[in-house]
Design a protein around this ligand. Structure first.
Ligand code: 5AD
Ligand code: SF4
Length: 587
């Protein structure tokens, strides 16, 4: 076999394409054959299998280096919705799922939840079925997270459980295939295949379009991997499948990747460079969701407010980017393109009854036009996540966040002046490299000063490849990290309780989600600030139909008088059913 027949992994955003867009070449030693192989490698159990011999002979007759050169010289534009040609070593039939049942399990952030639906959308089109029953699955895919050591450990533990499921599988059934998708596949690459021989498929966050091919290769008993990162993959044309028919809200991915390179963070290495989805395709998805009756959309991305759609030539000008005052970037200034304020404006015009949120933003990208729009537009929630990470300027510098404590606090004041009543949340890391007791005290004082409504607090976890791993020392002992984390959690809770108690006595607009998990007689919904509000399920008046008594349903807007507050929840009683446009919150 010519080694180049299978070492070339060619990817462009729409699949197999010209060599000009080769973004990654992979060479891997296949232990079983002691020769150069691609990212596919036979597992010992199936080497004698007839199907595999057949597969191997077709693989040998597969594409040569000349094949790739030829396709490079004759580039053809393909519509994204067109079915791709199968690679020459697989038949169209082998690329189809043939009703195999897929069980998908998601770990980590909201981005992974969205990616799960993208992966599923691609597999569904290829003829796979989905199951929520692990026992009846033919394919188990874990959508994984690498952000902290603990997240990865959970997945290793899960893999050990699945190993037992795979070995116990009766011979009368098709062999169970297991795939690792997302950040952990990208971070560890073939280390996973070597460590866990029972893993059949690896697909990085930009390789989900390749899943049907990878699973087809796995069918023949080979391990298959694609961990290519792309410069332009946004899955713009892959509409995630709305799996919960009673859902009132949905997430819409608007950009992927991160260019910030904060020194502690693995994300730029697992999810690649920042790229934004074209505005038109985002609007199309939001319109569809509105037609389906959804009442809330959260725009999603690693740096959602760094959005920059460069797909339309006329907007690719030299207009420089306005950053928040006192903030800098770790990368060369970018210019032109359609920015976040434009997108937010367009998205919020789709349906005035649809609430718009966004996560997760970076504090550097809050120019005045974004703040002004949030203030003016009724259906853009007055809620901003403003990840601070630390309250010490010295630590912020070591983290390469691009701002000082002072600039951050000034931004908080500016946001509060621009958007009265805004709800703020943040992320903090306890025990970063070199963090002293004095630095920690400064973080505590920032929590007190800002008084966030919500917070996400983590102990620092050193990640290989990051700048901190190469340049700094993970020198805060584990027990000190945990003690500092506990202190931050306690202070955060005290302050959030105070911040949330301001709502007591106010009337707030709540989007009803359904029954409360704790009580069958209570309903649960979210206020504009995204805080959970619990209230008794009672009859009320509908302001648009005077005299009509109704009970709240998921997707209804109701006015709730707040009677008590804790650090995470508000409680109250319902006054009436209303609409977003007609609602009149007080305070
Ligand atoms: N250790 C601990 N927390 C981290 N985060 C990112 N990387 C690490 C790490 N290595 C946190 C940051 C980020 C959130 C998503 O996860 O607070 O904002
Ligand atoms: Fe990680 Fe920083 Fe990018 Fe957030 S902005 S994903 S913390 S590198």
């Amino acid at each position: 076999m010519h080694p180049l027949q299978c070492v070339l992994q060619v990817q462009r955003s729409l699949g197999w394409g010209p060599l000009a867009s080769v973004s990654w070449l992979s060479l891997r030693m296949c232990r079983a054959h002691s020769s150069l192989s691609s990212t596919t490698c036979p597992s010992p159990e199936r080497q004698e299998d007839g199907a595999q011999k057949d597969f191997s002979s077709r693989l040998a007759a597969g594409p040569t280096f000349q094949h790739f050169l030829k396709s490079a010289s004759a580039p053809q534009e393909k519509l994204s919705s067109e079915v791709e040609d199968p690679p020459p070593y697989l038949t169209m039939d082998e690329l189809l799922g043939r009703q195999r049942k897929v069980y998908l399990e998601t770990y980590g952030c909201q981005m992974n939840v969205n990616d799960t639906e993208i992966a599923w959308s691609i597999l569904q089109k290829s003829g796979y079925l989905r199951t929520s029953n692990l026992q009846e699955a033919d394919v188990i895919l874990l959508v994984t997270c690498s952000i902290r050591e603990k997240a990865e450990q959970t997945i290793w533990n899960r893999l050990h459980q699945l190993k037992a499921l795979k070995t116990r599988r009766p011979r009368s059934r098709v062999p169970l295939r297991i795939g690792i998708l997302g950040c952990m596949a990208e971070r560890l690459k073939e280390e996973i295949l070597n460590r866990e021989k029972m893993v059949d498929v690896l697909a990085g966050p930009d390789a989900y379009r390749d899943l049907p091919r990878l699973l087809a290769v796995a069918e023949s008993g080979q391990q298959a991997a694609n961990v290519l990162l792309s410069l332009d993959e946004t899955y713009a044309d892959v509409m995630p499948v709305q799996t919960n028919p009673s859902a009132t809200s949905a997430f819409v991915s608007i950009m992927r990747g991160c260019d910030n390179m904060c020194s502690y963070c693995i994300v730029p290495f697992t999810r690649g460079r920042e790229r934004s989805r074209p505005v038109a395709s985002i609007l199309e998805e939001v319109k569809k969701l509105s037609e389906q009756g959804l009442k809330e959309v959260t725009l999603l991305g690693q740096n959602v407010n760094s959005f920059r759609d460069n797909s339309e030539v006329q907007f690719n000008n030299a207009v420089s980017t306005n950053l928040s005052r006192g903030f800098t970037t770790n990368y060369k200034a970018k210019q032109g393109g359609l920015r976040f304020a434009h997108l937010l404006d367009q998205v919020s015009r789709v349906d005035p009854e649809m609430r718009i949120r966004f996560t997760s933003p970076h504090p550097k990208d809050f120019p005045d036009e974004v703040l002004q729009l949030i203030h003016e537009r009724d259906n853009i929630c007055k809620q901003i996540h403003l990840p601070a990470q630390s309250g010490s300027s010295r630590v912020l510098e070591a983290m390469r966040r691009g701002y000082s404590r002072e600039a951050y606090v000034e931004l908080v004041h500016h946001i509060r002046e621009s958007i009265p009543g805004v709800s703020l949340s943040s992320d903090f890391i306890a025990g970063f490299c070199g963090e002293t007791e004095e630095d920690h005290v400064q973080t505590v004082s920032l929590l007190r000063e800002v008084q966030y409504n919500m917070g996400f607090l983590f102990a620092y976890s050193m990640r290989q490849k990051t700048r901190a791993y190469h340049r700094l020392k993970d020198d805060v002992p584990e027990e000190v990290k945990l003690r500092r984390l506990e202190e931050l959690i306690t202070v955060f809770r005290e302050e959030a309780t105070k911040a949330n108690q301001i709502s007591v006595g106010c009337t707030q607009l709540v989007l009803v989600e359904g029954l409360s998990k704790r009580s069958a007689t209570d309903l649960c919904g979210r206020n504009d600030g995204n805080l959970k509000v619990i209230f008794p399920d009672a009859e009320m008046e509908d302001v648009n139909n005077p005299g009509l008594r109704v009970r709240a349903q998921p997707g209804d807007y109701v006015l709730v008088k707040i009677t008590s507050a804790s650090s995470q929840t508000l409680r109250g009683h319902v006054l009436c059913r209303t609409t977003l446009k007609d609602s009149s919150e007080n305070c």
